[in-house]
Design a protein around this ligand. Structure first.
Ligand code: NAP
Length: 169
């Protein structure tokens, strides 16, 4: 019998120019977005690439099953599981929980065709970037909710939390 995957959700913050990272760091610090990320993903499976794992200031991300993709068979990650392929990562997910793809660029690109849902923080500003998110094809994805926000800094950034689901049929 083929292996059945649980629901796959991509969660990411994307700048206006589709940038998501620069020099292995996020493009900006949005405390509210990080809190929201923690609360949405708490208790669930997280799949990430090795560079994203390396970029985390505090690892593993507590209260969640951290799974790190690498091609290096000998690599291990304290507090996390390692996976040598997408399929191997999905097989290690707890099936009674949701699976979140948390980056970075290479991992988002690979999981886009498998994802059921996208939770996107759209930053209404362009940033210098070296890592990008693929274009979200509106013929494949439907927006089901959108909330606009503004950071409360002296130099505020406006952003939206947008949820997309894959169009069926
Ligand atoms: N804006 C956001 O929401 C957000 C979220 C997360 C990350 N980011 C940013 O994204 C950037 C990092 O992205 P990235 O594309 O450079 O790196 P990445 O996707 O985090 O990691 C790439 C590495 O993951 C491993 N890997 C990926 N796919 C694999 C597969 N199918 N099988 C086995 N191993 C696989 C490889 O590791 P090996 O080299 O060990 O083989 C590869 O070099 C950073 O700037 C980070 O801050 C942004």
């Amino acid at each position: 019998m083929p292996f059945l995957y649980n629901m796959i959700t991509i969660i990411v913050a994307i700048a206006e120019n589709n940038g998501i990272g620069y020099k292995n760091q996020l493009l900006c610090h949005l405390p509210g977005d990080l809190k929201r990320f923690r609360s949405i993903t708490m208790g669930h499976n997280l799949i990430m690439g090795k560079k994203t794992w390396e970029s985390l200031p505090n690892k593993p991300l507590k209260g969640r099953k951290n799974i790190v993709l690498t091609d290096m068979a000998g690599d291990s990650f304290e507090g996390a599981f390692s996976a040598l392929s997408m399929e191997n990562a999905l097989e290690q997910c707890d099936q009674d929980k949701e699976t979140f793809i948390i980056g970075g660029g290479s991992v988002y690109r690979q999981f886009m065709p498998l994802a059921d849902k996208l939770l996107i923080t759209h930053l209404h500003k362009a940033f210098e970037a070296d890592t990008f998110f693929p274009v979200i094809d509106s013929t494949l994805w439907e927006v089901i909710s959108n909330e606009d926000h503004l950071t409360d800094d002296a130099d505020p950034i406006s952003f939206s939390y947008t949820t997309y689901i894959r169009k069926r049929g």
